[in-house]
Design a protein around this ligand. Sequence first.
Ligand SMILES: *Cc1c(COP(=O)(O)O)cnc(C)c1O
Length: 224
Amino acid sequence: MTKYSEMQADIKNNYNKVKQSIPSGVKLIAVSKTRTLEEIKLVSECGCRDFGENKAQELCRKYEELPDLNWHFIGALQKNKIRLLVGKVCLIHSVDSFELAAEINRRAMSEKIVQDILIQVNPANEVQKRGISPAALRELVNKIKDSLPSVNIRGLMFIAPKSDDPNVLRSYFREMKTLNDGLGLEFLSMGMSGDYNIAIEEGATMVRIGSSIFGERDYKEAQQ
Ligand SMILES: *Cc1c(COP(=O)(O)O)cnc(C)c1O
């Protein structure tokens, strides 16, 4: 086998293994940041429709080539990049302020669409992470619902802290599930390659998985 066909077989195998380990009601989002169109096509050939990207320009480049896939924006949102995303992405996972939601609303209105979003929450209170604190969540959700008709809050999103202790992770995932239920929301986006099994046990409805499908990322080789 050539090196390329080995890589192809690996990615397809990885995807199929991950997919089989996930209950059918949980949506698997393949996180394709830094990955090539060829790699993305391999995964889509296995039946995957949902792909996640964390940079607006990179997402747009890939969207132009593969517009029929469902693109999810999962990265740090910048106000001046929102216009690139609205109308292309099925779901923006990383809204954590009224200001960002208002800008999405403005863009969605001018495109005459309603943009689905998730609110990113930071229950671990990690200073380096984005996300609103659980204490401020309800007020933000109500304010968006009351005043921004062109955004639709579908659920919450969470990026777990790095921890080797499954009990610590589990308690955050559980807190997220309680917050989501308390707000009557439907989607709960949590769980990555290292922790998705626990996230699913605690009620995740969407998992975002990159390296377990595509292999380790090499940011130096990636064409940014
Ligand atoms: C990169 C990324 C993922 C996927 O991470 P893996 O550990 O490679 O599965 C999930 N969510 C977000 C927000 C990411 O940036």
